[in-house]
Design a protein around this ligand. Structure first.
Ligand code: NDP
Ligand code: BG6
Length: 495
């Protein structure tokens, strides 16, 4: 599907996400010819920048983050424009009218406009209203779409309120709730692995799978985002969105066809089947943690409470582990252990399917368990672990692995990054990899009891930076007689 001529309006254009992710993604799409020449990018924020000063700022970011240079960089920058607008003041949006007219004329984009909301979330409901006040949401002249960054709401109530507000001005098919994990090639590959191979589907259920482990670990701390993070925590920042979406990809039923509706129907269905947590379940099946000073990558790092922008008495969790269950025929009784945290030993996101052992140990008490390890990042790939005979006398089994690594594919270097893929899809009008309202609500509904626990200042355990989280998380999985995998940053190393 080709993209039509269009204007991309980024609200929050003087912010971190714009220069670190959005502009680099657009630049890379331009570089490989996916955007063509008939597009414009209009940055909008309150800061008093001009087209020229905005271009300079973005040029510097591209040189820094993408090692961009030469004529290609200069050509790309000519597509960038800027308009200062007081984003919470409806009257001020009038300034956008002549700018948009001028850009649609210049690039022949006939009113086609993609709005990207990359501002503080408090403006996600305000901006659509202000745009509508100036007739900038109607589709009489070109299509209008809106990408909304995370967090989409703060809890189930605010997510519903936000939906209601946006739906006053945009139809559901125009709304693109972005979760950049869905743009990751390896997350999409979960679907292809499951649904294009006859081998896995018969095994992918409670009869053969003992438990599933999902890890989203980061070695970084909260960096410059302490202020934002403290109001969010690991639960809202990573679990409620990214990791529940990954869980849905692992657990969903096959869609009848691959299109936005049937895919998103299946995602919503499985998220609605998450076993609701009672207050007692939260105490037994959820572990929250906060890092204290420790060593990561051979460097001493400060504890969370000493990070910039974090109140000294904060109870915000930087780690979370949970046992979830899915109430349907495929998964009844199979625990999904999910954990995420900052300042863990390494950056790794992976899904591990732990298969049941043989009914009777013929060769050795310690025969290895069969595991399928799906490495989302880094060192993306898939590894199947199984037992084979140890050479020599007797019948002792040892674990061996069959590994596939994305980097071995000659085309791997041309893979789109998550933001590139999702921006391109939104420009094409393909919402398959964006979260639909019912799925977002199902996620919030599931986590609400954890939010209630947090609001009551529920227990948050300390863990040393550079370790795999609080020991209470080990006890959580030990109830199943298991231990968490301790993955290294490189898939080949077995741990
Ligand atoms: P920043 O704080 O760096 O940028 C916020 C932007 O919003 C600035 O351009 C700011 O510019 C503009 N803005 C407009 N109105 C207001 C206002 N009333 N108050 C404050 N700022 C305003 O945030 P990020 O770029 O980091 O994040 C943007 C959104 O994207 C957030 O919702 C965040 O949660 C989400 N996000 C960010 C990620 C990241 O890695 N940074 C990752 C995933 C999601 P000005 O002051 O000139 O108006
Ligand atoms: C963002 C979170 O959504 O995802 C960050 O706000 C987190 O806190 C980031 O670091 C992780 O994304 P990735 O793609 O690096 O795994």
């Amino acid at each position: 599907m080709n993209i039509e001529n269009s204007c991309i309006v980024i609200f929050g254009a003087s912010g971190d996400l714009t220069f670190r992710k959005l502009i680099p993604a657009l630049y890379n799409l331009f570089r490989v010819g996916r955007l063509g020449q008939h597009f414009s990018v209009l940055g909008v924020a309150r800061s008093e920048l001009t087209d020229d000063s905005f271009r300079t700022k973005m040029r510097d970011a591209l040189i820094k983050f993408e090692k961009a240079e030469g004529q290609e960089l200069e050509d790309f920058c000519t597509h960038l424009y800027y308009q200062a607008v007081n984003t919470s003041e409806a009257l001020d949006y009038a300034k956008l009218l002549p700018r948009l007219d001028e850009l649609h004329d210049k690039y022949g984009s006939c009113g086609n406009t993609l709005y990207y909301l990359s501002t503080p979330p408090s403006l996600y409901g305000v901006i659509p209203e202000c745009l509508a006040a100036h007739g900038l949401t109607t589709e009489e002249y070109g299509w209008k779409r809106i990408i909304v960054e995370k967090p989409f709401g703060y809890d189930i109530k605010t997510a519903k309120e936000l939906d209601e507000k946006i739906h006053h001005y945009f139809e559901e098919h125009q709304i693109y709730r972005i979760d950049h994990y869905l743009g990751k090639e390896t997350v999409q590959n979960l679907l292809v692995l499951r649904f294009s191979n006859g081998l896995f589907e018969p095994l992918w259920n409670r009869n053969f799978i003992d438990y599933v482990e999902i890890t989203g670990a980061e070695a970084i701390g909260v960096e410059e985002r302490g202020g934002y993070y403290d109001g969010s925590g690991a639960m809202r920042d990573m679990f409620q969105n990214h990791l529940l979406q990954v869980l849905a990809m692992v657990a969903m039923e096959p869609p009848a066809i691959i299109n936005a509706d049937s895919m998103r129907d299946e995602v919503a269905k499985v998220l609605h089947c998450l076993h609701p947590l009672t207050a007692e379940d939260v105490k037994n099946n959820v572990v929250l943690g906060q890092y204290v000073a420790g060593e990561v990558d051979d460097q001493m790092v400060v504890g969370y409470l000493a990070e910039k922008g974090v109140p000294a008495d904060s109870n915000t969790e930087t780690y979370m582990a949970i046992k979830c269950e899915i109430d349907n025929w495929r998964w009844a009784g199979v625990p999904f252990y999910v954990r995420t945290g900052k300042r863990l030993p390494t950056r790794v996101t992976e899904v591990v399917i732990h298969f049941k052992t043989t009914p009777h140990p013929v060769f050795s008490q310690n025969a290895p368990e069969n595991k399928l390890i799906i490495r989302v990042q880094p060192d993306e790939g898939i590894s199947m672990r199984f037992g084979l005979k140890k050479p020599g006398a007797g019948f002792e089994a040892k674990e061996v692995s069959m590994d596939f690594r994305y980097s071995d594919l000659s085309s791997a270097s041309s893979l789109l990054t998550a933001y590139e893929r999702l921006l391109l899809d939104a420009l094409k009008g393909d919402a398959t990899l964006f979260a639909r309202t019912d799925a977002v609500h199902a996620c919030w509904k599931f986590v609400q009891p954890i939010l209630d626990y947090k609001a009551g200042r529920g227990r948050v355990y300390e863990y040393e930076a550079g370790t795999w989280g609080p020991t209470e998380a080990d006890k959580l999985i030990a109830k199943h007689g298991k231990v968490w995998r301790k993955p290294s940053g490189v898939m080949k190393k077995k741990v």
